[in-house]
Design a protein around this ligand. Sequence first.
Ligand SMILES: Cc1cc2nc3c(=O)[nH]c(=O)nc-3n(C[C@H](O)[C@H](O)[C@H](O)COP(=O)(O)OP(=O)(O)OC[C@H]3O[C@@H](n4cnc5c(N)ncnc54)[C@H](O)[C@@H]3O)c2cc1C
Length: 503
Amino acid sequence: MSRFQIIRHGLLVRGRARHFSSVSLADIDHFRTVLPPHAILTTLPTVATAPVAPAELDQYNRDWMGKYTGKATTVLKPRTTHEVSKIVKWCNEREIAVVPQGGNTGLVGGSVPLHDELILSLASMNNVRSFDPVSGILIADAGCILQSLTDYVAPYNHIMPIDLGAKGSCHIGGNVATNAGGLRLLRYGSLHGSVLGLEVVLPDGTVLDQLTSLRKDNTGYDLKQLFIGAEGTLGVITGVSLLTPPAPQASNNVILALPHFDNVQPLYRKVKRALSEILSAFEFIDRAAYDLAVKHGQGRALNPEDVEGAECFVLVETSGGRREHDEEKLTDLLAELLGAEKPLINTGVLSQSPAQFSSLWALREGVTEAVSKEGKAYKYDISIPLAHFKTVVDSTRKHLGVKGLLGDHAVKHVVGYGHVGDGNLHLNIVAAAYTDEIQDALEPFVYELVSSYRGSISAEHGIGAMKTHALHYSKDEVSIALMRKIKAIFDPRGIMNPGKVLE
Ligand SMILES: Cc1cc2nc3c(=O)[nH]c(=O)nc-3n(C[C@H](O)[C@H](O)[C@H](O)COP(=O)(O)OP(=O)(O)OC[C@H]3O[C@@H](n4cnc5c(N)ncnc54)[C@H](O)[C@@H]3O)c2cc1C
């Protein structure tokens, strides 16, 4: 593509600020010296490797939300770190831009190309390298699916320190690259703490081996931290060492229906005090989000009388060492809440079996899925003080109303849900279609609102392609300048996931 065309189509802003090479037949010939034929998916008309139909690359080119679509002609699926290194080295020399891809469940358009970058899928790097049942340290290939790692450590009575709705598809490498938060962050902290070491292929093909399994290592700069949350812009994560916690002996959950949002904060304080060390999740869904989850069959709906008059819901999970002890604490809490003179909750539904436990969780975890089934979602994943959660949802709805954009033809729902315990709200605007009108109404409106509370425009999903233009709402000039310098040190040719995180 010539520079003139790039400017004419307004594409210069992202990804093609530098002139990257497109993958050529000569490149495919080279990749054939590194990978077996079945690990090369290309639409290019090669003789030796049968070209695939463009539609076969759709699952790699299109993101989970159906919002971003790349034009990659080639997907490579290496099986070893050595193969990744050879591919990336070649791409660096040829100035071919590379998009590392895990399970492609990211929600900010970071995992798909913006143009015709090469997609490097880690899906075939999916072996557990080692697990030490004494320390709980797991070392795995980056392409291991989160659920399969959860299943792997379960017989040793361990769990993964991270859990999220996309666990059946997302990779541990993708989780680390996005610094995913999820449902267990309240209890086990962020991946910045659980990840002990990484193996990373740098953009020039060098393998940075920091795959340590040490709990303590204060030997200078902690380089691995830079790759946690870098969204594939600094290198390709090929191996992950992380600390898995012992599985709790007992887990319980309860869903609480609240008459008013204002009750969430005092409820959180009460729950923390009453459950202390066994509290493992405190998740929030507003009424609109609950109704969508039920509509799209996520979990089992609560009885109509239990949800009558509820403005929002909170899911509380406990994980502890003794079932009787935990159940007693939870039932005492419920009795106290329901018996209060001015109850903070209308009702509480306590799970009585593993099936009910999963069903209550499905109501919360299934909101993301339900939203995507209902329409096209504009997703804002923000950190703000809990007290302002409702204001942000209500103000956004009001703002869209003033702009005449509410209704089945445009914005169908404005919903809020998220990880209250972490101060993280998912504000989702569900529309009939993605349109410029809605986009312009939402931005910079939402970012300015978040900024007014000194919040973060991305609590856990990352920046990807979606929020590069808005980074300044959460990072000052000094920080952004340093980020650019770091990017230039690791990736002077800018081949790694261009147009993501930094414009
Ligand atoms: C239903 C659903 C629920 C979700 N719930 C949560 C949640 O609760 N909390 C949360 O934080 N997120 C959540 N997410 C989004 C979350 O970011 C991703 O699901 C997950 O962490 C991404 O992993 P992935 O393997 O799919 O990565 P991808 O989507 O493939 O990639 C994401 C980013 O990481 C980069 N990347 C991927 N693998 C590598 C690698 N090996 N080396 C370098 N870079 C790499 C990509 O280039 C891209 O920039 C959810 C998504 C869905 C669909």
